[in-house]
Design a protein around this ligand. Structure first.
Ligand SMILES: C[S@@+](CC[C@H](N)C(=O)[O-])C[C@H]1O[C@@H](n2cnc3c(N)ncnc32)[C@H](O)[C@@H]1O
Length: 224
């Protein structure tokens, strides 16, 4: 990623206020491969039914799968991303809801599928990860599936590439990449299979399947 991308980032309030489409359209080959692998995995794993995309951003995942489900809803906490979603996603079978994924405004057992992509889970502390997974499980039907894509143990070079491209500084600390900049910072975790399994089981999911998505990412499928 170029300095130009870094410069675009400088006056933003947080990483979630960036123009995700700009970064998606200018992604490096490794990230294009990662995103295409997410699309392929989801398209091969879901059919019909209702889908909820957690942290929907600018609508990349909704656009990739909306034609194979009956309906889809994207939730996001950022007003910038809600505006992007309203502009970007086809209106027919896709809804947009401004909400926090730790406390979802949907009734129990309503959705067939939920998705949490681009290693978004790794931006939360463990207590919030538990809330997110338990909320996702609550809104799923019995047998419904949550798909979570995350950075794997060996992803540091790819995290550095991505976040320095956004204009942040990064440093490596255990399983965490600490991302900092003039507008604040956040963490991006790299996951082991054991950690994913433990998070899913603690949230009450009955089956867990973990598959490498690229050489540096996993897809974790959790079944209610
Ligand atoms: C890394 S982006 C992923 C966007 C999209 N899912 C994709 O893969 O292209 C994470 C998204 O989660 C949203 N987000 C962060 N914390 C959230 C929360 N507590 N509740 C809902 N959305 C949140 C951010 O605003 C951002 O749009």
């Amino acid at each position: 990623m170029t300095n130009e991308m870094g410069n675009r980032r400088v006056d933003k309030k947080s990483v979630y206020d960036v123009d995700f489409d700009y970064y998606i359209n200018n992604a490096t080959p490794a990230y294009i491969d990662f995103m295409n692998s997410e699309h392929d995995y989801l398209r091969n794993s879901i059919s019909r039914g209702r889908l909820l995309e957690l942290g929907a951003g600018s609508g990349r995942i909704l656009k990739a799968v909306h034609d194979i489900v009956d309906s889809a809803v994207g939730v996001d906490k950022s007003k910038t991303q809600i505006s992007a979603l309203k502009r970007n996603v086809p209106h027919g079978n896709i809804g947009v809801v401004h909400a926090d994924m730790r406390d979802l405004p949907f009734k129990e057992g309503y959705f067939d599928y939920a998705t949490l992509m681009f290693s978004t889970l790794g931006n939360f502390h463990d207590e919030d990860k538990a809330k997110i997974l338990s909320e996702a499980r609550r809104i799923l039907k019995k047998g419904g599936k949550l798909f979570v894509s995350v950075y794997a143990e060996n992803a540091f070079d790819y995290q550095r590439e991505f976040y320095t491209g956004l204009g942040f500084d990064v440093r490596n600390e255990g399983s965490l990449t600490i991302v900092s900049g003039e507008n604040g910072g956040f963490v991006s975790e790299r996951f082991t299979r054991e950690k994913l399994e433990q998070l899913a089981r603690s949230a009450g999911f009955s089956e867990v399947r973990i598959t490498p998505l690229t050489e540096w990412t996993y897809m974790c499928e959790m079944v209610k």
